[in-house]
Design a protein around this ligand. Structure first.
Ligand SMILES: [Zn+2]
Length: 47
């Protein structure tokens, strides 16, 4: 899983797979699309 921080509202959320080049992700909090610049891999078992 990866953790992405929304540049609009600053809320971090998790994605199962990283966004592909040019792919937009939609923030589940503010519903605004953006291109993630930093994707932090996280271990789902390591809370
Ligand atoms: Zn947001």
């Amino acid at each position: 899983m990866i953790r992405i921080v929304c540049p609009h509202c600053g809320v971090p959320f998790l994605r199962v797979t990283p966004a592909e080049d040019g792919e937009e992700v939609v923030c589940p909090n503010c519903k605004r699309p953006f291109h993630p610049e930093e994707e932090e891999w996280v271990d789902p078992e390591d809370d």
